[in-house]
Write a protein that binds this ligand. Sequence first.
Ligand SMILES: Nc1ncnc2c1ncn2[C@@H]1O[C@H](COP(=O)(O)OP(=O)(O)O)[C@@H](O)[C@H]1O
Ligand SMILES: O=P(O)(O)OC[C@H]1O[C@](O)(COP(=O)(O)O)[C@@H](O)[C@@H]1O
Ligand SMILES: [Mg+2]
Length: 529
Amino acid sequence: MAFASSINCVGSTSPQQCGLRQSGDPHFCRFNRSKVSRHEKRARTGSQAMVVRSVFVSPEIEFSKPDWKKHFQEDFDKRFNLPHLRDILDIEPRPTTFSLKRRGPINNGNGAPINGWNGYVNDDDRALLKVIKFASPNSAGAECIDPDCEWVEQWVHRAGPRQQIYFEPEAVKAGIVTCGGLCPGLNDVIRQIVLTLEKYGVKNIVGIPFGYRGFFEKGLSEILLSRQVVENINLAGGSLLGVSRGGAEISEIVDSIQARGIDMLFVLGGNGTHAGANAIHNECRKRKLKVSVVCVPKTIDNDIQLMDKTFGFDTAVEAAQRAINSAYIEAQSAYHGIGLVKLMGRSSGFIAMHASLASGQTDVCLIPEVPFTLEGPSGVLQHLEHLIKSKGFAVVCVAEGAGQELLQKSNATDASGNVVLSDIGVHLQQQIKRHFKEVGVHADVKYIDPTYMVRAVRANASDAILCTVLGQNAVHGAFAGFSGITTGICNTHYVYLPIPEVIRSPRLVNPNSRMWHRCLTSTGQPDFL
Ligand SMILES: Nc1ncnc2c1ncn2[C@@H]1O[C@H](COP(=O)(O)OP(=O)(O)O)[C@@H](O)[C@H]1O
Ligand SMILES: O=P(O)(O)OC[C@H]1O[C@](O)(COP(=O)(O)O)[C@@H](O)[C@@H]1O
Ligand SMILES: [Mg+2]
């Protein structure tokens, strides 16, 4: 199948770069050979007609048929439809208790707005997911649906308060849980969820300690939450509730949800946490429980699909940039100094790329999505030698998941099943020292690993705002009766998305994107291949 391998993602050479590492989904960014005749023709004539997809496209869509767009859109609407408690339960809504006006009634008691004023989101409101119309699959950063990159509208559900709600606030017990690793802004989101729940009139709010484990591990008890408890928690990093990996026993968790009488569960976490939340949602459905499971994506790596960014990412970049700045000062002040900074990014190099761009002080940025060699005339070490000889110092920024193929694999996994990576930072440090010793050139290598310092800081202003909106929207989503959804910012608008769509694969830096090209322009680095 020479053809299939020739039309993988733009600029990618491995399945990981197509988002296949976790999803194993062969359709994520590869066309079905038998159904793409025009594309095939182009590929065979040798042009660079390779296409990156921003969304999954069902293998059933036949691009050779004139009505493929209609089928795509029907399929898209079906997949992005939000699961609702009504799907399994015979329930009626009631007018909301969430008031948008300070004084006086906002509706006449049955939900109809007074004087035509209406500050609520309509269930039929939609936001456009993608706004660039690419002229060809070869346009920089093109994300296409079909081989010819035609314009296709992709509408997703708008987030926000609804006029009708599906819970009696006074009777609601709400739970909040934070899973995975830390991320700046967790406390901001917890705080906003609590404040918004109280605004609806909810009185029974609890935190589940230390992630999913808190549901069933002995000795861990619920933390009562109220405005008073959460008032100042946003002033510190970390999570008031604690976090953990592993321990996602779905049926035990749902038993525990039932035993505790939880009606709404707010789950803050990354890809793994979302998979767990979706499983909890499905188990609740199976048991016909009136439980709303709503996620807020938390990942410092910024690796959740479809979203502009996740909370904490801006803050992480700011903190990472300070580490790069220190490496720069150290390198510049030393005779033949080389500053080396390792940043987080298990499979996605967003922090390394953005921190390099923000600082403007990086000469070499290495990320998991872009393969590189260390040795040889086009290798990283030769380039560093050139930098030392030409400008006297150099700064390297590497993401933890970069260059794993150069290292010995440990085969170890953490409690959540994530592969424990080999340390590329330490490896680079050793290899740089060895190389310069071998070529007889003095080099003073200063290695900085600020990863946990980056993760532990409190959210900056822009993240604090993002956390506020996402926390509030999570509560609005639960009261609206949705379950199995997550909240996010897509193309500057706030939306709800069904969980499976955002965790098909981790979001990766597109090596053909303008942003990666800007990073290369800024660092001045060559291809290391
Ligand atoms: N596929 C999965 N199904 C159910 N639960 C999962 C899955 N993957 C991870 N989890 C659980 O989600 C939690 C967080 O996962 P982890 O990968 O550590 O962090 P993150 O959610 O940030 O990716 C852990 O408790 C883990 O056991
Ligand atoms: O040492 P820990 O706590 O397992 O965290 C390390 C990992 O956390 C991450 O920041 C990702 O965390 P999440 O999986 O929670 O999103 C990775 O970049 C890093 O590999
Ligand atoms: Mg994860």
